[in-house]
Design a protein around this ligand. Structure first.
Ligand SMILES: [Zn+2]
Length: 305
């Protein structure tokens, strides 16, 4: 090989690297704000990505604390996938600290999966954040609605393909494999919850509305007065009366909620409080996307029987 040719090849490789942002042979380093998105990013990226989550499923995502370890992860990242709708707005502080131009606002490497989501529970009036309401832009807990996974994975796919266009076909194949499997599970889940269409449930924090709506159940009340706000005694009295009147059997609780309080309310109302997989990794056995949804379908079908 002549020197000129060698130089030309090196130059072309350099240009390719510049255009795609990532050398073709290397994996995309992906960071997600929550573990549900890690699981979905892995489903799309397969062995072309390496994914880390900034939080664990046992955490309250609204209140995640930005740590130096988060900034270190973000400093090395090619891609950051965020939930959006204010669930993980703390990540902005981590982005600032990471000083990585690949994932700042406006960069190709920042993917907001809420972009195309039909948002539920958008407040009609002005939301007073000083009151503590943590859902000012509508309900941000859409990630574990299996009916929205096609949309979320499409947004992730488009983001990955922008950064590594050579791998678009692989990403599409991976996503299709995942969606085919999800379709099969979805048929099973729908059948399992079919007998309970119209059944009312109460949740501690309103993070199940997308799931509940998907399967034809009804969220009749919440233990929290407003999202993120501890309940007043009057609210609890009303809720217990309503649960008795409407024969509501289940309160769904997240692992970090006041489980004792949920149990007390349930007991007074003649119902059961159940800890559900509010995220991937929130409870034992819910260690990937499909497993988490499967856990929730089973626990609900059992409790409503
Ligand atoms: Zn919330």
């Amino acid at each position: 090989m002549t020197h000129v040719r060698r130089l030309l090849i090196a130059l072309l490789a350099g240009v390719a690297l510049f255009v795609t942002g990532v050398p073709a042979a290397e994996k995309l380093r992906v960071v997600t704000t929550i573990p549900d998105l890690k699981s979905l990013a892995e489903a799309v990226g397969g062995d072309l990505v390496e994914v880390e989550s900034l939080t664990r499923g046992t955490q309250n995502f609204h209140e995640a604390e930005v740590r130096p370890s988060m900034m270190l992860k973000l400093r090395r990242a090619d891609v950051l996938i965020e939930n959006g709708l204010d669930l993980d707005s703390w990540v902005d502080v981590a982005i600032l600290g990471a000083n990585n131009p690949r994932i700042i606002r406006g960069a190709l490497g920042l993917i907001d999966v809420s972009r195309d989501i039909p948002v539920l529970e958008v407040p009609s009036g002005r939301v007073d954040r000083s009151m503590g309401d943590v859902h000012p832009l509508g309900n941000p807990h859409f990630s574990l609605d299996p009916g929205l996974a096609p949309l979320i994975t499409r947004t992730i796919l488009e983001g990955f393909a922008r950064l590594a266009p050579d791998h678009r076909a692989s990403f599409e194949r991976n996503r299709q494999t995942f969606l085919t499997r999800l379709d099969g599970e979805m048929a099973r889940w729908t059948k399992a919850l079919e007998p309970f269409k119209g059944a009312k449930i109460v949740v501690f924090h309103p993070d199940f509305i997308y799931f509940v709506t998907r399967f034809g159940l009804v969220q009749a009340g919440t233990v929290e007065d407003k999202p993120g706000i501890p309940p007043s005694p009057q609210h609890l009295v009303r809720l217990i009366r309503q649960m008795k009147d409407e024969k509501i059997k289940v309160i769904l609780v997240e692992p970090w909620n006041d489980v004792k309080l949920a149990n007390r309310v349930a007991q007074e109302a003649g119902a059961r409080a159940i800890v559900f997989a509010s995220a991937v990794g929130a409870v034992k056995g819910a260690d990937n996307y499909i497993a988490a949804i499967d856990f929730n379908v089973k626990i609900l079908a059992e409790a409503l029987r």
